[in-house]
Design a protein around this ligand. Structure first.
Ligand code: UD1
Ligand code: CA
Length: 483
């Protein structure tokens, strides 16, 4: 390290390695694009890296290059995409990233390397790595963990006498004795940029896998007089990568367990953590209650004293204070304060339910604004509609919004009472304080205060059952009634 390089706790750059093929996922989707807790694996890696506020951020890509690059650009337009060439290995990946980062002005200070497939790694642990690296003026600091089963990992070689980190041996290159070592290389490091740049020039492909090993940098830095050290974590989940779908699922469950626990500590009652799934992007207030079998996704927010569940799946749904959402499948909806939804309700995007309103059992809603205190209690569809305040929509009402080609709006005023099985044939407007009769088919606008009826005269054919269904149970009942 040159004397003018003053170490700080803010890294000059983070390099996220994401060029690998991820063949064990057996997926047409690149491995690091697989989601966990609502965010792709590489999204988690970028979030942890960005938490360090690095001056520069690079992501090394190769496999499914365009898909990965496009996804990364969508997450962080400032991230630099670096293409790895045909020379394989983590050393080559970092070398090309550093070359690209150096292109503007040569990077100096700390360079952090992480992987795109280690989703539970936190900014806090990275910051601890960087802080130790800076405080001890290290050339390289590697993040390690001690595992019961270290098979497959690079092993940390230490001096037997004083424990100094000497280097890393890849599993495939290790002797039987070295394979007994249980301290593993996580693949996450803090490097001094100048040391890294220099050492990479001397990394070869002379090993079992014919790859440029980044791990060789440790011994090279040491040979050059640099301090090489390790930060060991006892939280193995934070260094675990997902190579196949079994590991992805285990990491997903642990990620969720951590989120659910954090919300409980923040004042949310979660009755059954095991059956409650909450994306990292969800926001919950104190005194929210989440009942079993509930999944909260995306930008869902739940305000104080609201109760959600059981058995509800909500994506991008905003729930105001004191609302209750029971056995509901919803997305893109806004639920007002003290409102009730469910059970068995399907909320589609654009549903806005006012305070103290209700969307009840077996209702489907889409693009509908429902005013304060209005109730759609049972069995119906409301789409492309606007409903005023304190209106009661009767059982089985439907907005017939689609004429087969275009969608049309239904506007229903405040203080309206609609009869059971009313059909609103849009476009149509119902004025304030109007009524509709049972079975009304509302094709024309209804003025405020009017009663709208669709009158088909009722005819009773006396004696029909006995004449047409002789000997049947109904006929017997009719016979008894006439005696
Ligand atoms: C690597 C480490 C090993 C460590 C392990 C932790 C080396 C030589 N070995 O082994 O010591 O215990 O990680 O999981 O570094 N990648 C690229 N370009 C490449 C190769 C890999 O970007 O040419 C990326 C991969 O996408 C992945 C990461 O680097 O994110 C690790 O690659 P992987 O092949 O899984 O490394 P391992 O052999 O497991
Ligand atoms: Ca790996």
């Amino acid at each position: 390290m040159s004397p003018q390089e003053i170490p700080t706790d803010i890294p000059a750059a983070v390099i996220v390695l994401a060029a690998g093929a991820g063949t064990r996922m057996k997926s047409r989707t690149p491995k690091i694009l697989h989601p966990l807790g609502g965010i792709s694996m590489v999204g988690h890696a970028l979030a942890a890296a960005k938490g360090l506020n690095p001056a520069k951020l690079a992501v090394v890509v190769r496999h499914e290059r365009d898909l990965v690059a496009g996804h990364v650009a969508g997450l962080d337009a400032a991230a630099q995409i670096v293409d790895q060439d045909e020379i394989p290995g983590t050393g080559r990946a970092v070398q090309q990233a550093l070359d690209a980062l150096d292109a503007g002005a040569e990077v100096s200070g700390t360079v952090v390397v992480t992987y795109g497939d280690v989703p539970l790694l936190t900014t806090e642990l990275l910051a601890e790595l960087v802080a130790t690296h800076s405080a001890d003026n290290n050339a390289v600091t590697v993040l390690t963990a001690v595992l019961d089963d270290a098979a497959g990992y690079g092993r940390i070689l230490r001096d037997e006498a004083d424990g100094t980190v000497l280097g890393i041996r890849e599993h495939k290159d290790a002797t039987d004795a070295e394979r007994e070592i249980r301290e593993i290389n996580s693949g996450i490091y803090a490097f001094n940029a100048a040391v890294l740049r220099k050492a990479l020039k001397n990394v070869t492909t002379d090993n079992n896998q014919g790859e440029m090993y980044l791990t060789d940098v440790l011994a090279l830095a040491r040979a050059d007089g640099g301090r090489v050290a390790a930060v060991s974590t006892t939280d193995r989940w934070q260094v675990e990568g997902a190579n196949d779908r079994v590991q992805l699922s285990a990491l997903g469950a642990e990620h969720n367990r951590r989120i659910v626990e954090a919300w409980m500590r923040a004042g949310v009652s979660i009755i059954d953590p095991a059956s409650t799934w909450i994306d990292s992007t969800v926001q919950l207030d104190e005194d929210v209650t989440i009942l079993p079998g509930t999944q909260l996704h995306g930008k869902t927010t739940v305000a104080r004293d609201a109760v959600v569940g059981p058995d509800s799946t909500l994506t991008d749904v905003q729930i105001a204070a004191g609302a209750e959402v029971t056995r509901t499948h919803g997305s893109g909806a806004i639920i007002g304060e003290g409102a009730h939804v469910g059970p068995y309700t399907y909320l589609r995007p654009g549903t806005v339910l006012g305070a103290d309103g209700k969307i009840g059992a077996f209702y489907e809603t889409k693009n509908v604004t429902i005013g304060r205190g209005s109730k759609l209690s049972h069995l119906g569809y409301a789409g492309d509609a606007e409903i005023g305040e304190d209106t009661n929509i009767g059982c089985g009402n439907i907005t017939a919004n689609f004429d087969g080609v275009n969608k049309h709006r239904t506007v229903i005023g405040s203080g309206v009472r609609t009869g059971s099985n009313t059909v609103f044939v849009a476009p149509v407007t119902v004025g304030d304080g109007a009524f509709t009769g049972a079975g009304a088919i509302v094709r024309k606008d209804v003025p405020a205060g009017a009663l709208s009826m669709t009158v088909a005269p009722q005819r009773n054919a006396e004696g029909w059952t006995l004449a047409n269904r002789p000997g049947s149970i109904p006929a017997q009942a009719a016979q008894n009634a006439s005696n």
